[in-house]
Design a binder for this molecule. Structure first.
Ligand SMILES: [Zn+2]
Length: 142
């Protein structure tokens, strides 16, 4: 009997250890997913604000050029650099958003496909509306 009790206690202890070990792991996985979501949002916000500051810088540059604070040569060089940066940021924004778009358009396509799936009655060959349970011509169950 003493052995049995020892076994029960051991099993309970192992179970407790199992819970103790797996609970934080599960929590960690959930937290990682949340972090990934936040990261995606933050990355986009970060890129958008970078884009805004580059455009602001270009405007400042134009102003300084117009008011004569900046030579044509410096203006052209700086403007080119800013435009390259802007293009790089725009590309990153596009990549981030097209990744999201690809994911959501895949979902949309599958939904559309399911809705527009045309079927035909097995008894008379009549075209049956998607989602209909009976043939409109002969009433056969489809
Ligand atoms: Zn039919």
């Amino acid at each position: 009997m003493g052995d049995f009790l020892a076994l029960v206690i051991m099993a309970a202890a192992l179970g407790a250890i199992g819970l103790y070990v797996s609970a934080p792991l599960l929590k960690e996985r959930r937290v990682e997913k949340m972090l990934a979501d936040y990261y995606e949002e933050t990355a986009l916000h970060h890129l958008l604000s970078r884009k805004d500051s580059i455009y602001t810088a270009i405007k400042d540059l134009e102003f300084d050029h117009k008011t004569g604070k900046l030579s044509d040569e410096d203006y052209a060089e700086l403007r080119e650099k800013f435009e390259q940066q802007a293009a790089a940021v725009l590309k990153e924004i596009d990549d981030l958003q097209s990744g999201k778009r690809a994911a959501s358009s895949k979902k949309r396509k599958t939904a559309v496909k399911a809705e527009t799936k045309v079927r035909f009655c097995s008894a008379c060959g009549q075209k049956v509306e998607p989602g209909a349970k009976f043939c409109p011509a002969c009433g056969e169950r489809v």
